[in-house]
Design a protein around this ligand. Structure first.
Ligand SMILES: Nc1nc2c(c(=O)[nH]1)N[C@H]1C(S)=C(S)[C@@H](COP(=O)(O)OP(=O)(O)OC[C@H]3O[C@@H](n4cnc5c(=O)[nH]c(N)nc54)[C@H](O)[C@@H]3O)O[C@H]1N2
Ligand SMILES: Nc1nc2c(c(=O)[nH]1)N[C@H]1C(S)=C(S)[C@@H](COP(=O)(O)OP(=O)(O)OC[C@H]3O[C@@H](n4cnc5c(=O)[nH]c(N)nc54)[C@H](O)[C@@H]3O)O[C@H]1N2
Ligand code: SF4
Ligand SMILES: [Mo]
Length: 708
């Protein structure tokens, strides 16, 4: 028997917490994964998704060898092949397509299966940029919000999440922190011990809402009206921090006029929140300094989600809460990490006239869009599971069934997407690969050791793209850099934020705090200093002309061709596109609103196939209020069909007053081929964008429900 070893790692998932973990290895196998108690933010605890990661790593369902399809698309019938065979088939198919249709007939599809700087978001960008493939625009997450920040405070504005302990008033606005950012919770609790009040603004009585001092239940998609009404009260009652506004903001006079349109009585009618509650909230927020708003990604998934973020982001400057640690707005502190993104993406490899296609439209791209010249003839999926995370599921499936489409998927498991692949390539898990990680929920840079050798013939994404480069005969040595060299080049080590951090130390401890002021002192916007054109918080944005800005990070580094009409330069309320109040004709057939948040036990669709997590999550469920259930004779446990103008799926009803009358809650993450009716919530979703940043509208959907 070999000796037991403990190595330090980091959780790979697309989660703000990026936990530091300790991996125990014996005889080449991972025997346990635990939180690293030394990391000050994640403090030795892993969540329900990851605390049995060894079972994911050593699952019998892992794909460990390249596979070639032998049955019909979708049937999941494959034969084992060697890497050489798989690569030579990919090479010859792609060379043929490039010759016949041009390289733009190839479309990469990827996101954040892992968040590692090496193996994550940008790992394939240099390859596809060089190949000249179509650019896949990945506005999957926070693109609408990033656009709104860009227009208001600059997207790199940040506060230290740990500084929330100094807050006196904390608003979790569309954020189910106990499920989606659970390591922030102890910091919130500490602030509460010191007298802070916790308010949760959410249409659902979530785990998090239940533990708050005040849960404000709001109609979905109406948050902009609430934020503007808070401004209305703050301005009318003389609670503005006039000194801060005079020095560090732009457009206050115009904002005043705009906010005057949103008196609490009118907004009660929009949001369902009593006018007096809006007044109480506005007063407490303005008078309990420092106040912190932690905004969830969920807010952007509505027709007017971008402007809602604009309105909310304007609040801290109005009351001067950026002045002190513990105040301001907590979004993605990811930009504090000096990642060498240009080196990771190589936008300089992008040729002239390369088109950009938004990946939310995958179904249409593969099925309907006859204007595409050339059409998409090959799809390469890695770090993503589009069948269950992209809208218009039926259309996506129909597209994936096209006999003339050559689909390659790099995966750890036979996901719903992988079932349609012509070639499947086996991918390593985090313990089988080395990586360096930023975080979007704290200021610690993390390092992940490779703890065990890759299982079977699985390869890391970095190795995958080295092999593809060789297959396509790329001669630039850039494509053949070792992981070690890539880690060296992944960060801008000379930036002040990395001063004093050595790679050797980082490798030893697994984490290092960025060289920024400590949480009790970090207040970068105490005196404005916003990364906007005016250097101020722009209530009235000077970027209105550029409309729907999409961060080049989400487009393989491509910064040109920004789409979109100019937008109203002042924050405003755009009603939901689909709600009984705003779309009565659609509501005749589909009278219920649906929102689709995250699952507690899955991380988007990861773990939707793992017994321990399924045991916790149960079958695909939807929450429905007793009033709506009663009217349809539906009881808890009953199978129900949820239909929209786009499609339908089956789920088990959970009848509960946690959701308000008229609102159905359908979490994302369940797998299609293991769900009743062979469909998930994605089948009822349209691919319509929200107002900013080509964000999705997963929570702006009208549905009807009936028992099956
Ligand atoms: N357990 C778990 N954790 C995760 C993930 C996961 O899948 N599972 N995913 C990770 C990823 S990729 C992301 S982007 C983040 C997302 O993190 P969050 O944004 O916190 O996630 P959601 O669960 O989508 O939404 C949070 C809350 O917003 C509420 N909500 C929906 N619509 C509205 C609205 O119009 N107004 C208001 N005020 N509230 C609304 C929902 O009811 C929900 O409780 O979580 C990350 N962490
Ligand atoms: N209805 C609804 N839809 C949503 C959302 C919602 O809230 N509601 N949220 C949206 C959001 S916020 C997000 S971020 C997206 C997420 O969309 P996706 O990124 O497509 O979702 P994941 O389920 O995380 O899929 C990642 C896949 O990558 C694989 N993977 C993990 N590690 C590796 C690796 O190292 N190499 C390779 N090759 N593969 C790996 C995993 O096995 C997994 O199948 O979904 C969006 N879709
Ligand atoms: S998913 Fe998030 S909370 Fe869970 S272990 Fe990973 S980083 Fe930590
Ligand atoms: Mo996300």
């Amino acid at each position: 028997m070999g000796e037991e070893r403990k190595l330090v790692g980091a959780c790979p998932h697309d989660c703000p917490d990026t936990c530091s973990m300790l991996v125990t290895v014996k005889d080449g196998k991972v025997t346990s994964v635990r939180g690293n108690p030394e990391q000050p933010f994640t403090r030795g605890r892993l969540c329900i998704k990851v605390n049995n990661y060894q079972d994911r790593v050593h699952s019998e369902e892992r794909i460990l060898y390249p596979l070639r399809r032998i049955g019909p698309k979708g049937a999941g019938e494959f034969e084992k092949v060697s890497w050489d065979e798989a690569l030579s088939e990919i090479g010859s198919r792609w060379r043929g397509l490039v010759e016949e249709f041009g390289a733009q007939s190839i479309l990469p599809y990827s996101y954040l299966g892992t968040q590692g700087i090496l193996n994550g978001l940008n790992v394939g960008d240099p390859f596809f940029n060089k190949l000249g493939a179509t650019i896949g625009e990945r506005t999957f997450c926070d693109s609408g919000a990033c656009t709104a920040y860009e227009m208001t405070v600059g997207h790199t504005a940040a506060v230290d999440p740990e500084s929330i302990v100094h807050s006196k008033y904390i608003i979790l606005w569309a954020c189910n922190a106990l499920s989606t950012n659970s390591h922030l919770w102890p910091f919130i609790e500490k602030a509460r011990k010191n007298g802070a009040a916790l308010v949760v603004i959410d249409p659902v009585k979530t785990k998090t809402a239940r533990l708050a001092d005040w849960h404000i239940s709001i109609r979905p998609g109406t948050d902009a009206a609430l934020a503007l009404s808070i401004m209305n009260v703050v301005i009318n009652e003389g609670l503005v921090d006039q000194d801060y506004v005079d020095r560090y903001t732009y457009g206050y006079e115009e904002l005043k006029v705009r906010a005057a349109e949103y008196d609490p009585e009118k907004v009660e009618n929009i949001t369902g929140i009593p006018a007096d509650d809006i007044r109480t909230l506005a007063r407490a927020y303005a008078q309990s300094a420092p106040a912190m708003i932690r905004i969830g990604v969920a807010i952007e998934r509505h027709a007017g989600g971008g402007q809602a973020v604009r309105a909310i982001t304007s609040l801290p400057a109005l009351v001067g809460s950026w002045r002190k640690p513990g105040g301001g707005l907590l979004q993605l502190p990811l930009w504090a990490f000096p990642v060498n993104f240009a080196k990771m993406m190589r936008p300089d490899f992008i040729g002239n006239d390369v088109r950009v296609l938004n990946l939310w439209k995958l179904g249409q791209i593969l099925c309907d869009d006859e204007s595409l010249a050339p059409p998409i003839k090959s799809l390469f999926v890695y770090n993503s599971n589009p069948v269950v995370t992209t809208p218009e599921q039926d259309k996506v499936i129909k597209g994936l069934q096209r006999e003339d489409l050559f689909t390659v998927v790099s995966e750890q498991f036979l996901t719903d997407t992988t079932l349609y692949a012509d070639i499947v390539l086996p991918a390593t898990t985090q313990v089988e690969q080395e990586d360096i990680m930023f975080s979007w929920g704290h200021f610690y840079l993390s390092y992940n050791n490779q703890s065990i050798a890759p299982l079977g013939d699985a390869v890391s994404n970095t190795e995958l793209f080295r092999r593809l480069a060789k297959t396509m005969n790329f001669d630039d040595p850039f494509f053949y850099r070792s992981d070690e060299l890539m880690i060296d080049e992944s960060m801008l080590w000379d930036e002040p934020a990395l001063e004093g951090i050595s790679l050797d130390e980082l490798k030893l401890h697994g984490f290092a705090r960025l060289n920024l002021d400590t949480a009790d002192r970090y207040a970068p916007h105490a005196e404005g200093n916003f990364p906007t054109p005016s250097g101020k918080c722009e209530f009235k944005t000077s970027l209105a002309e550029s409309g729907n800005f999409v961060n080049p990070l989400f487009r393989q580094g491509y910064a040109g061709q920004q789409s979109g009409e100019p937008v109203d330069p002042l924050p405003h309320y755009i009603p939901p596109r689909e709600s009984p109040k705003t779309n009565s004709s659609l509501a005749k057939d589909y009278p219920l609103n649906l929102i689709s948040p995250k699952s507690h036990a899955f991380i988007t669709s990861n773990y939707g196939n793992m017994p321990y997590q399924i045991h916790h999550a149960g079958e695909q469920t939807v929450l429905i209020n007793p009033e709506d259930a009663g009217a349809r004779r539906i009881e808890s446990g009953r199978a129900i069909c949820i239909s929209s103008r786009i499609g339908e799926f089956t789920a088990v009803a959970v009848v509960t007053a946690d959701t308000m009358p008229g609102l159905v809650v359908a979490p994302v993450g369940y797998w299609r081929h293991t769900s009743q009716g062979n469909a998930t919530v994605q089948s009822i979703m349209s691919s319509d964008y929200a107002d900013l940043g080509a964000a999705p509208t997963f929570s702006d959907v009208l549905v009807e429900i009936k028992a099956v």
